[in-house]
Structure formats: C-alpha cells, structure tokens
Write a protein that binds this ligand. Structure first.
Ligand code: A3P
Length: 337
C-alpha cells in the first residue's frame, strides 16, 4: 500500500469515527422523533422514519455505494414480501448454476436474506464499507430505502430495480405481528391500536408507506425499463406469470424449453411460503437479517388477514388515507383474493 493510500485509509477511518460519534449524535438530536417499535426512538431522516443504525448505514450507502450498470436491486418496505422476492430473484438469476430441484440448492440451506444481502443491514451496517468489487456479477442486492434516498449512481447507471408492494392493510398486520415477536421486552407493550395510529400517521420503518410506494410507482411509469413494480397479491394469484415478467425484466428470460420443462412452476413452488417456511434453516435458524429468529419472517403468507384484525373504523381510516394519498396515481390494491 502506498503512503497516499495509507493516509486516505486513515482519513476514511476518521471520517467514519466522526460520523458515529459527535456528528451522528448531533444529527440525531436535530431530527424529529417518535417512540420506536424496536428501538426506544425512531427518527425522521430525509423525509422517512428510521432507527439510528439504519440512518448510519444510509449515510454510508449514500456516500460509498456506487451502483453499477449490472446491479439488480430489490426494494420493499418491511413486511411486504421481501423474503419471497429475494428467494424468487435468486432462483431466477442463478438457475443455470443451481437447478431448482437440485438437492444442494442454496435456498434449501440458507435463508433468502443470506443470499441477497440488504445494503443497510448487512453490507453497510455498523460503519462497514464493504469491498464489493469481488462480488459475482450481476450483484443481487436489496434495500428498504425509498427511491429518493438512493445514491445518484442508482439513477444514473443502467442498474435495475424491482419493487414489491403489498396492500397496506395486510402490510400493517404483518408489521404488527412481527414487532410483537421481536420487540425488546424492556420497551414495554405495543398495542395494535397504538401501532395502527402510528402507521396511519406514516410512522413506520422507511415510511410513510404511501410515499415509499409512490416513489417507485411513478418511476416505474416514467421508466419501465428501470423499475419493475410488482404487487404481492398478483404474485400470489398468478406466481408463474409474474415470475416470467420478473425474469424478462432482470435479463434472464425463460426459454421455451424451460417453460415446457416446468422450470417456472418449479421455481415458484420451491420459493413458495409453504416450502420455505418448513425448511430447517427457516424454522430453527437465526440472524439472517439481524439478530432475530428466521421463523419470524414466515407467518401466514396470505392475502386478507387484515379482516381478522382491523375494526370497521380502522378500515375506514386507512381506506380514506390511501384514497387521498394515492389519488390520481393510478395505483390501487386488491384487498382480498
Ligand atoms: P404475514 O405476516 O402476513 O404472514 P418480509 O419478507 O418483507 O419481511 O414480509 C414478511 C411477510 O411475507 C409475512 O407476511 C410472511 O409470512 C410473508 N412471506 C414470507 N415468505 C413468503 C413467501 N415465500 N411467499 C409469500 N409470502 C411470504
């Protein structure tokens, strides 16, 4: 290493140090905050709600992640089907190397989050600046960040984004159950009513949800070769059709022979909720994202569970909000199948 590189290295380290102490504390104290769901507080950073560690990672991503033209980025709000999207994308992109029915397919022994890393929870977490130069191409990556918060290289390069949206009613119920399972006991209870009120005010991780989805939705309309916008409910209804759409968009279209051989259905089945949920790694494993049990990533995996949780008043409130926020956007949801 040359002396210039050593100095640069040290400067980088110092910058990171400053980021994690004085600068960061000062930054946090200047941000609007609310009671957190998994951490004591959650902060409004660049227009969306985040935990402190996420903000730290986002700053680092904005500074150090340079998208390449071949990068494939999966984007979601938490609990909208990220795990499923990661499994499907990994299976599509790597199917020449790993045939879906292969006994040692990586999805049989690794949780999808281990195979498709989050920028903010794995790669740039804890002040790390990963060396991504040796990653196999295309780099299959994931994020919960809103589109507007992504570094310029994401917009300026030819990288592609797949966004999966889920109806806001089921997403809320999924978030609520997930938080209930993994919330530290020391933070005290978190009622459904309180969680719902926060959700309706936009206060959820990376929310408001309507802004998150609209950012990707509008870009998918403007630039359909850049952003593929998928809906959880449509994926559930017709997985094979949506899978083919995804494969085409990602640059890995299924050949006629593959279709005749049942590869599309095979991948859909391998990545199905029922199959993934029962794998040892997903029943007993831990830490695929951060330090919680993988089993909490699999609950019911359906459409319409909100009817079992929300009162008519809650439904009315959220319906009004979504109608108002999505007015004229052309974006709508199936609430039941
Ligand atoms: P429910 O809580 O409604 O069951 P995320 O992966 O973004 O954390 O989202 C979790 C939600 O997706 C959970 O919803 C979970 O059960 C569901 N899910 C996980 N794997 C799935 C799969 N393979 N197919 C469909 N849904 C899945």
């Amino acid at each position: 290493m040359s002396i210039t590189e050593v100095i640069e290295d040290e400067m980088n380290a110092q910058e990171q140090e400053t980021l994690s102490t004085e600068f960061f504390d000062e930054l946090l104290s200047s941000l609007p905050k609310e009671k957190g769901q998994r951490t004591p507080d959650i902060f409004l950073y660049q227009g969306f709600w985040c935990q402190p560690k996420e903000i730290q990672a986002i700053i680092s991503i904005q500074k150090h992640y340079t998208a390449e033209g071949t990068d494939l980025i999966l984007a979601t709000i938490p609990k909208s089907g990220t795990t499923w999207l990661k499994a499907l994308s990994f299976a599509i992109v790597n199917r020449k190397q790993f045939y879906h029915s292969q006994k040692d397919h990586p999805l049989l022994t690794s949780n999808p989050h281990e195979l498709v890393p989050f920028l903010e929870y794995k790669l740039f977490a804890d002040n790390q600046i990963p060396d991504m130069s040796s990653f196999p191409r295309p780099r299959l990556l994931a994020t919960h960040m809103p589109l507007g918060a992504m570094p310029d290289s994401v917009r300026n390069s030819r990288c592609k984004l797949v966004y999966l949206v889920r109806n806001p009613f089921d997403t809320f119920v999924s978030i609520y159950h997930f938080i209930d399972k993994i919330r530290p006991k020391a933070l005290g209870p978190f009622s459904l009513e309180e969680a719902f009120d926060m959700y309706c005010r936009g206060v959820i991780g990376f929310g408001p949800y309507w802004e998150h989805m609209l950012g990707y939705w509008l870009e998918s309309l403007r630039n359909p070769h850049k952003v593929l916008f998928l809906k959880y409910e449509e994926m559930k209804e017709n997985t094979s059709f949506e899978l083919k759409k995804m494969a085409e968009f990602l640059g890995y279209p299924f050949s006629r022979e593959e279709e005749e051989d049942g590869v599309v259905e095979g991948i859909a089945k391998m990545c199905s909720f029922e199959h993934l949920k029962d794998l040892e790694v997903n029943k007993m494993g831990k830490g695929a994202i951060v330090n919680f049990e993988n089993k909490h990533l699999f609950r019911k995996g359906g459409v319409g569970d909100w009817v079992n949780h929300l009162t008519p008043l809650m439904v009315e409130r959220l319906t009004n909000i979504m109608e108002q926020k999505l007015a004229c956007s052309g974006l709508s949801f199936k609430l039941l199948l």
